[in-house]
Design a protein around this ligand. Structure first.
Ligand SMILES: Cc1cc2nc3c(=O)[nH]c(=O)nc-3n(C[C@H](O)[C@H](O)[C@H](O)COP(=O)(O)OP(=O)(O)OC[C@H]3O[C@@H](n4cnc5c(N)ncnc54)[C@H](O)[C@@H]3O)c2cc1C
Length: 504
């Protein structure tokens, strides 16, 4: 039986593991941390449950496609709840929009800011639906993006203005800064600057509109657990607490991984670790022509974030499940994060309160909350060990005194912080870049590191560093790309079921 080693168990690694194991390969998943999940790790403390990273479940069809690939139905494993609105966005002047997939409700709210903007909503949605069609329905997001694919897509990309910055596309349709924000911030969800991330990623608001924003009972970690369960049901092997120290290469071909001082031989290796860690730290420089240390370091790495996990012995019924609270500054704040790489005085934040939807996330009468603040990656000079406690204090003050969460400090039972340094140390994210390579034109599609390594045969990359990129749906698609590449290169594994052959 052909064996495959996978380094890392983020959503990309787990999805690839399920797909490849279900195809009949014998897959072993090596994870450095104590549990699987990567960014979707779970923290449990004093009766509170926190998803440490992703919290918005989108594109359930893409999640289902992984279960289907393993002959399973996602609904047997997950209890999905539709969220309406998707999130509330508070602007600095106290006004807000309840962002939803319902066109009429969106238009009514937008009209309060600018009548003409509301009139342009349908045209805008029609525009970004075409981006969605190209990436999702026509499958560009689920196949290797080679130069011929790029050239083929180019006329369409130019017609759809897919290569211009996301924000520029939005300004063609909307005038009010609040409406402009609502439809241009989505690149931040995948670690990109709205002011230079190509507008092709504006398929995300459309993907939300047609697919919805969901919560899974028990939190995002229930998706991780479900995928792990399916993988184990198919006979896969999970080795947690097992960091890989080297990807072994012989005659230009990956032949296994070194973990616990031992070489585990396999016919192929899939790395879900951060791209820079994979090449720079795990593969000897003598095997790398394209991805030399110099080239890896020269790539542009996206932002990081500061996270606060808070267990509060009090409830705040005025809060929704997802809330964005914005600073007055947009472009300049983004520039401070992405270009100046300084920790600005002001901040915009995302507040996640899953206990508003699912009481099991916190003890009775309590609230499980997390705050996410985009901050520069470690190319900046912030010393997070010194800075974090004071920064957290500032955020708590803001939430209690300016945002109106009365008694927050007094009722705080749990407070855990996670900084860019933790992304670097706990997840091996180069420069603490939580979303990996910045999605900008020169690092998009064919310009992203190949899902099939350019340097080493039988080495495949899956996850946020590769095409199509970060975000749970994105990394799940990278697993589909890798599955196809492995099947092409290794051929069908022995013992493959008849019906799986038919699907191929
Ligand atoms: C705070 C935050 C919030 C987010 N919110 C959302 C959201 O709401 N919705 C959404 O769709 N997306 C969201 N995202 C993006 C999404 O979570 C990520 O893009 C995605 O989960 C990344 O998955 P991945 O497959 O790239 O692997 P990762 O999650 O990066 O996992 C990589 C794994 O590899 C392991 N590893 C690294 N080196 C080694 C080694 N040498 N040996 C063994 N194991 C190793 C790491 O420990 C880790 O477990 C969020 C991201 C962050 C950081």
């Amino acid at each position: 039986m052909k064996r495959i080693s996978i380094v890392g168990s983020g959503f990309g690694g787990l999805s690839a593991a399920v797909r490849l194991q279900a195809q009949g390969y014998q897959v072993t998943l090596f994870e450095k941390n104590a549990m699987v999940g990567g960014h979707a790790y779970q923290l449990k403390k004093d009766g509170y449950t926190f998803d440490m990273g992703p919290s918005l479940v989108t594109a359930p069809d893409i999640i289902q496609s992984i279960f289907r690939a393993a002959d399973r139905d996602m609904h047997d494993y997950l209890d999905l709840m539709y969220l309406d609105p998707f999130y509330r966005i508070y602007f600095h002047d106290g006004s807000f929009i309840d962002y939803t997939g319902d066109s009429d409700r969106m238009k009514a709210q937008m009209a309060a800011f600018n009548q003409q903007d509301a009139g342009n909503y349908d045209r805008f949605m029609e525009h970004i639906s075409q981006l969605y069609k190209a990436v999702i329905l026509d499958g560009l997001g689920a196949k290797e993006f080679t130069m011929p694919t790029m050239l083929q897509f180019m006329p369409e990309a130019i017609r759809l203005r897919a290569l211009q910055p996301a924000y520029s596309l939005v300004t063609r349709y909307f005038k009010d800064p609040r409406n402009r924000f609502c439809f241009s911030f989505h690149p931040l969800f995948i670690g990109g600057s709205p002011f230079r991330c190509p507008a092709v990623y504006m398929m995300i608001p459309y993907l939300e509109k047609v697919g919805g924003v969901w919560f899974t009972k028990g939190g995002m970690y229930s998706v991780v657990e479900a995928l792990q369960k399916v993988f184990l049901e198919h006979g896969g092997t999970v080795r947690t607490g097992t960091p890989v120290s080297e990807i072994a290469v012989e005659n230009g071909q990956a032949v296994g991984v070194v973990a616990d001082g031992e070489l585990h031989r396999s016919d192929a290796v899939v790395s879900n670790a951060h791209f820079a860690h994979t090449y720079k730290d795990l593969i000897d420089a003598s095997h790398r022509r394209k991805w030399s240390d110099r080239k890896v370091k020269k790539m542009s790495y996206g932002m990081s974030c500061f996270l606060m996990y808070m267990g509060v012995r009090k409830q705040y019924p005025q809060l929704l499940h997802h809330t964005l609270i914005l600073s007055q500054r947009y472009k300049d704040l983004v520039r401070d994060i992405f270009d100046n790489k300084i920790l600005a005085e002001d901040f915009s934040m995302y507040l996640h309160v899953p206990s508003r939807t699912d009481a099991s996330m916190a003890p009775d009468g309590c609230e499980s909350m997390y705050v996410l603040i985009p901050v520069p990656n470690l190319e900046g000079s912030t010393d997070w060990k010194a800075e974090a406690p004071g920064y957290a204090d500032k955020i708590l003050n803001f939430l209690e005194n300016d945002f109106g969460l009365k008694g927050l400090r007094e009722h705080l039972e749990v407070l855990e912080l996670f900084t860019p340094e933790d992304f670097r140390d706990q997840r091996n994210n180069h420069l603490g870049s939580a979303w990996s390579l910045e999605p900008r034109f020169t690092q998009t599609a064919t310009f992203r590191p190949g899902n099939r390594s350019e340097d080493i045969d039988r080495l495949y990359l899956v996850g946020a560093s590769t095409h199509p990129g970060a975000g749970v749906p994105g990394v799940m698609l990278t697993a589909e790309v890798v599955e196809k590449a492995v099947l092409e290169d290794l051929g069908l594994p022995q013992g493959k079921h008849e019906h799986q052959l038919e699907i191929l």
